[in-house]
Write a protein that binds this ligand. Structure first.
Ligand SMILES: Nc1nc2c(ncn2[C@@H]2O[C@H](COP(=O)(O)OP(=O)(O)O)[C@@H](O)[C@H]2O)c(=O)[nH]1
Ligand SMILES: [Mg+2]
Length: 183
């Protein structure tokens, strides 16, 4: 299992000669940590200041699958123009790469639960019709009550088979996510 960084871009995507999987979610939800967990290395930068990663980051898994880390949404201090820029970038990305995207992992913090921007994202993913899996992150710090509530919220959108529990801290969910990427 080898992951290497390929490029950061806004709209200059690599030739669609390999299937791609993409990780989306709120800023700070644990996307980079999850990519690192799957990669088994510190290839994706784990940010202490949320909202900093503004580009679409392409990684290559074993030279045969693109792993894509897109900028997170919902960072409170982002000005309106920046939100619009994000929206345009994401719409273009999904429009151009839709055929090439084999799986979207939508990350939701297990203790925070489904927020309104997550609902918008869930509905949008359903609307454009790409396959997706919901990953509940940071389960190590979610109480049983929080986890049950989040699971209940997510089940309004997807079946049990499309939900994975993960903790980058404890290594939870690594095998499950990896096998979904590879299949
Ligand atoms: N407790 C705990 N903290 C995590 C976990 N995953 C990420 N974090 C922390 O959450 C913060 C944001 O993580 P990051 O991967 O940069 O999130 P991103 O903004 O979605 O890429 C960092 O301080 C991480 O150390 C996890 O599984 N458990
Ligand atoms: Mg990140």
């Amino acid at each position: 299992m080898k992951v290497r960084f390929l490029k950061s871009t806004v709209d200059d995507f690599p030739p669609p000669d390999r299937p791609e999987v993409v990780f989306v979610g709120r800023s700070n939800v644990g996307k980079s940590s999850l990519i690192n967990l799957v990669a088994g290395s510190g290839v994706a930068r784990v940010s202490k200041s949320p909202g900093r990663t503004r580009m679409i980051n392409y990684f290559l898994l074993d030279d045969r699958i693109f792993l894509v880390d897109v900028p997170g949404y919902g960072f409170a201090r982002v000005p309106k123009e920046e939100q619009e820029r994000w929206k345009r970038m994401m719409e273009r990305y999904f429009r151009e790469r839709k055929e090439n995207i084999k799986m979207v992992f939508l990350l939701i913090d297990a203790s925070v639960g489904v927020q309104s921007l997550d609902r918008q994202m869930l509905e949008w993913l359903q609307f454009i019709g790409v396959p997706f899996t919901v990953v509940l992150t940071k389960t190590d710090r979610a109480s049983q009550k929080e986890l049950s509530r989040t699971l209940k919220q997510v089940r309004e959108y997807v079946g049990e088979g499309a939900i994975v529990l993960s903790s980058a801290k404890e290594g939870r969910g690594k095998k499950e996510i990896l096998s979904r990427i590879l299949s």
